[in-house]
Design a protein around this ligand. Structure first.
Ligand SMILES: [Zn+2]
Length: 480
């Protein structure tokens, strides 16, 4: 029997759950090390900057004997588990019984023994790297989270972390936990390397998380690669063994050390500014801190944002705001003279910023739902949202107006009109007045498109290339 297949079948003889992983030690290299959390690791070579990882636990509820079942599809050998297909029913929302196929039997555990097998083969072939076999991935990345906390300084010296724990074929995961986990350059180069050896691996931004996500804040390039399993976490789980053999061999030929390192592992850690001595017109640091607190309050109250480096505030330092909804980052600077930059808009002072925000959020004053900013210049400047109606707040306002814009709008036709306008003027800008003329055709208000744009973070990717420049009262159009 093929060595890779034999190893895979040995490792999947039972469904090992979190706590059982130690029983797998007999299948790992003799000189493997373990840490106090139960993770196993081994270092091959001296100068590698690559870490590889997989996990030893299976997402089963209990340890059970696995009955392997083999079949061939289009010349590819698959393994799954034995078990009868049975009919089960569930009640849907309307109370109707819906029948579905279920299977008796166990999980296979290809998630993630496929990854384990690939790494064992690389170790046997002396491919340099730090190899980590984690425990408890399926119960919240317990093993890797503990390891990171305790051995941060060790992991910090690595440039890339490759997990082998993705379903299907050919994915290079570039996003995990809602954030970019590796750079485009890294993905492209890895893709080229696989192609050189006859395998198609491409960018896949749909990852949720695996152990490599644990290291995103300290290791620049973190990814997760497909290992050819399907229907993980169910009794229908299967593994393409033909694919596993090919991938295991290919992984010994990839030049992991040559992969580029481009991503900033901690985008929230910004550089300290080089500050000049105070000159006339500059405010004191205490005054600037007060401005920052006010700006922070107002931003948090109008949007679901959070300052990721709040504690590190220094005037002139880039402060990073993370938007929980859109996952966008926005930068804020408080300058020495008290002026404020939010994203790429600068405001002369705090009052200027408040005014701009009033413009966006105070459209409905008649209903008494508005931003009430205390302007008598004492310390309690704040955003006062009328709380009579709990559901009513600025975000809802924005959502409502945003929906008003997109509601029953034929976006294709609307965009066509915009492109025609832009082409005819040979200028990628539309004044608010001229945009209103286009919108008249669709019975939409100018405010609603501004809110729609703001609701989407003024992000051309999400607004079909239309952004709003409030300073100049114009829309900007990106046509490619
Ligand atoms: Zn997994």
């Amino acid at each position: 029997m093929n060595r890779i297949i034999k190893k895979f079948l040995d490792l999947t003889d039972y469904t090992y759950t979190y706590g059982d992983e130690d029983e797998l030690k007999k299948h790992l290299p003799d000189n493997i090390n373990s840490d106090e959390f139960g993770n196993f690791f081994i270092k091959i070579g001296e100068n590698s900057e690559t870490m590889f990882c997989s996990h030893l636990d299976t997402a089963a509820f209990e340890k059970q004997k696995v009955q392997h079942d083999f079949w061939k599809t289009e010349g590819q050998l698959f393994v799954g588990t034995k078990g009868d297909i049975i009919k089960r029913t569930y009640k849907n929302k309307k109370g109707e019984s819906i029948e579905y196929d279920a299977k008796e039997g166990t999980l296979l555990g290809a998630d993630d023994k496929a990854g384990v097998v690939i790494m064992l083969n690389m170790i046997e072939n002396n491919i340099p790297g730090l190899y980590y076999f984690f425990v408890g991935e399926e119960v919240g990345r317990i093993g890797s989270t503990h390891a990171l906390k305790k051995y941060k300084d060790i992991f910090k010296s690595y440039k890339r972390c490759i997990a082998f724990d993705r379903r299907g074929y050919g994915s290079i995961i570039s996003r995990q936990m809602g954030m970019q986990c590796c750079s485009n350059d890294f993905v492209n180069e890895l893709s080229i390397q696989f192609k050189k050896h006859g395998m198609k691996f491409e960018n896949d931004p749909t990852g949720i998380y695996t152990d490599s996500a644990t290291f995103m804040s300290i290791i620049p390039e973190c990814t997760n690669l497909s290992v050819g399993y399907f229907d993980e976490h169910t009794e229908f789980e299967s593994q393409n063994l033909t694919y596993l053999i090919k991938l295991a061999n290919t992984c010994t030929k990839i030049d992991w050390e040559s992969l580029p390192t481009k991503r900033n592992p901690n985008p929230f850690k910004t550089e300290d500014p080089k500050r000049k001595p105070k000159t006339q017109g500059d405010l004191t640091d205490d005054e600037l801190w007060d401005i920052f607190i006010d700006v922070d309050d107002i931003l948090e109250s109008i949007a679901d944002v959070y300052c990721k480096n709040y504690k590190d505030f220094i005037p002139e330092k880039e402060m990073i705001y993370y938007d929980y909804n859109t996952e966008n980052l926005t930068s804020v600077w408080i300058h020495e003279d008290g002026s404020i930059t939010v994203d790429n808009q600068t405001f002369r002072d705090y009052n200027d910023l408040k005014e701009a925000l009033l413009f966006y959020f105070d459209y409905n004053e008649k209903d008494d739902n508005y931003v009430d900013i205390d302007d008598d210049d004492d310390d309690d400047d704040y955003v006062d949202v009328d709380d009579d109606d709990d559901d009513f707040n600025f975000k809802n306002n924005m959502e409502k107006m945003s929906n008003e814009f997109t509601n029953k709008l034929d976006m294709t036709k609307f965009l066509e009109d915009i492109i025609i306008y832009v082409d005819s003027k040979n200028n990628n800008e539309i004044s608010a007045a001229n945009m209103q003329k286009i919108l008249d055709k669709y019975n939409k208000k100018i405010e609603s498109i501004i809110y729609w744009i703001y609701y989407n973070g003024n992000d051309p990717d999400k607004t079909y290339g239309i952004t709003w420049d409030n300073d100049n009262n114009i829309f900007k159009i990106y046509t490619n």
